[in-house]
Design a binder for this molecule. Structure first.
Ligand code: HEC
Length: 117
């Protein structure tokens, strides 16, 4: 008799734990997306890995078909955003492929590739 009451309590306890874990995941999920935008844009690193590595390489230095070495680039943020948006020479425009926010994210991210930060 005593043992079955214990088992019942344990089951309720487990349900409570599972429920609060679910709640914790849900609420931390909304925290990150509600920071400044209501939708999920790719972060800068993800965009870079998907769309830029082919020409610029993982470290920014690959320079495929004349791509600028991003590790030594000194271009300012606004100009980078413009160039990524509209393209230049061999580099294609990313307007329409990436959202404005994703372009900004990747433009900020590529600063991490600079040798002297
Ligand atoms: C098709 C190859 C290619 C892809 C893909 C590409 N680039 Fe480029 N990128 C280039 C080339 C070529 C240049 C040099 C353009 C010029 O000055 O004529 C360049 C230049 C740049 C510059 C200018 C740096 C400077 O100091 O002049 C930035 C910033 C840049 N790319 C960022 C990116 C980012 C971010 C992505 C991904 C969203 C990307 N590129 C994808 C080929 C590419």
């Amino acid at each position: 008799m005593k043992a079955s009451i214990k088992a019942q309590n344990l089951r309720i306890f487990m349900l409570f734990i599972a429920g609060s874990m679910f709640w914790a995941c849900q609420s931390s999920g909304t925290k990150t997306t509600s920071q400044d935008t209501p939708y999920l844009a790719m972060d800068g690193k993800k965009v870079y890995d998907m769309y830029c590595v082919a020409c610029h390489g993982a470290d920014g230095k690959m320079s495929f078909s004349g791509a600028t070495d991003l590790s030594s680039s000194t271009m300012d943020l606004d100009t980078r955003i413009l160039q990524i948006t509209h393209g230049k020479g061999v580099m294609n425009a990313f307007k329409g492929i990436l959202t404005e926010e994703e372009i900004e994210n990747v433009a900020i991210y590529i600063e991490e590739l600079r040798v002297s930060k």
